[in-house]
Ligand binder design. Sequence first.
Ligand code: ASP
Ligand code: MG
Length: 412
Amino acid sequence: MPTLVMKFGGTSVANLDRIARAAKRVALEVANGYDVIVIVSAMSGKTNELVGWVSETSPLYDAREYDAIVSSGENVTAGLMALRLQEMDIPARSWQGWQVPVMTTDAHASARIEEIPTKNITAKFDEGMKVAVVAGFQGVSAAGRITTLGRGGSDTTAVAFAAAFGAERCDIYTDVDGVYTTDPRITSKARKLDKISFEEMLELASLGAKVLQTRSVELAMRYKVRLRVLSSFEEPSDSAGTLVCDEEEIMESNVVAGVAYSRDEAKMTLISVADRPGIAAAIFGPLSEAGVNVDMIVQNISEEGRTDMTFSCPKDQVLRAEKAMQDAKASGAINFHDLVADEGVCKVSVVGIGMRSHTGVAAKMFKVLSAEGINIKVITTSEIKISVLIDRKYMELAVQALHDAFELDKAG
Ligand code: ASP
Ligand code: MG
């Protein structure tokens, strides 16, 4: 029997009615002839509640206990989904991560999946079980402790199962009906994409389009797992949702697939640091040790052996970054005249595999922004992406203007 993985996010299993609704979807796929592996999230809001209880009880909590506690939300939904399916006369049972077992690293709260043995579940399918309901987001370390995969991790569970079982597809049911050219809350012209390549999705996911956990897309790309993002609130149809797939499957597309943004960024500049070999390592080493996620980096032209170094990071990491830099200065590892933080910036990016073969995308982007009077503070590019740092107050305007200029409301 071909295998299908179906993942239901928190809003799709938010209460018993929705679980029943999701179970009906599962029943349709069983009727279509699939052995189904259902991956469930916790009911919406549950994980946040559990995380809150942990911090309230123990601010500097033991991460192993955090995992034991926050993983429990998924156990409840898995059991309820299995019961619901049984009520519909569909042979189903639940599996917690450790029962499969989903083997992970021991990096508690952000563990990585190392192996998913298929033996136990396959044996049950062979005995006539139709649906394996697996608690997402969790696993077990070699030491036998429960682990979790980081927030949003059940997407990654789903893709990992699809890869391990050679599933025909991995359907991710969520509260949006697919992947859009940009956030529909920012422009009503945002258009749902029928297909998007893994690479574009990866850029969009990591740039802040919160539809899929970034790691799940990385995994899907590595194992070529076809992913479909769709809403559990819409009527079933073959064209529903967005297919995330290999670029070979996409015949025609726009040069730019989407415009992404990340609202809460900060720009920090170290003024007058010595321009000498090793200076970048001396700055970015301590930042990384302090857990600061540095994104863009610009080094100015040096004058008389001194230069300015600018980098961006999430706004809520500014204090940590400042402390790391002041400590490095105090220890003599680096020297700078001043440290200036600008907490009022955001990042706007255009993404598209078409950029590999089309020139002029960057020029067009800069022209559009300048026509709106928006000053660009930092620019970075990759093969399929151009990102700019601009004042946060222009974010909506920039996204709308770029969406218009690249005609993303029209299919390519
Ligand atoms: N329940 C977990 C979270 O809220 C995992 C998930 O839903 O993907 O982060
Ligand atoms: Mg999610």
